[in-house]
Design a protein around this ligand. Sequence first.
Ligand code: GSH
Length: 208
Amino acid sequence: MIEPLNNPLLYSYRRCPYAMRARMALYVAKITCRTVEIDLRHKPAHLIRVSPKATVPVLCLSNGEVIDESIDIMHWALAQHDPLGWLDRAHEPVAQRLLAQTDGPFKQALDQYKYSSRFMDLDPAQARAQAMAALIDPLAEVLSHQPFIGGERASLHDVAIFPFVRQFAGVQLDWFESDVPTTVQAWLSQWVESSLFKTIMQKAPKPA
Ligand SMILES: N[C@@H](CCC(=O)N[C@@H](CS)C(=O)NCC(=O)O)C(=O)O
């Protein structure tokens, strides 16, 4: 527990996929919070004090509680207010498996594919194949018979997963558009082009 704040405070980083999923849930749940965009190389002392692992997002609640895992922030926000029913299918085993794959082996392979120059001994094509096997192929299978990960309606899992698939697509867009099943491409596009995503990706106005 830390000292109470008047309003929830969110430490965020605009381009971080974990922070994106948290910002989307907070926005949909209509939680008003002060968002502090951090510089990952110069993290605020307060952030490190309240969450020594010092990753973003971190949500500091007005009662002094700190939530420093993006999925926990999503669950907390939607437990306050869930107008779109994103929690309704949150316990579907298939959805939970895809989320575990996203945050585990997919993210690891994605980093190796995206930052291949940092992993000299690893072949980016092999990392890409591992990412496909970890998430994209099973996701395509699910989306071949239903529009969203949890079924007929969008749920927390779509929102939690697509920012990572967006990063994967962005590494080699031509390849993604030619080799990834169109169901996954269409699912991704509808999220990336949504007003929700555009809203949470807006840059904070520069101070005058
Ligand atoms: N498991 C954490 C992971 C968050 C995470 O790794 N965020 C990255 C930014 S995308 C970070 O803060 N990295 C710390 C650093 O780069 O110093 C969550 O889901 O919130």
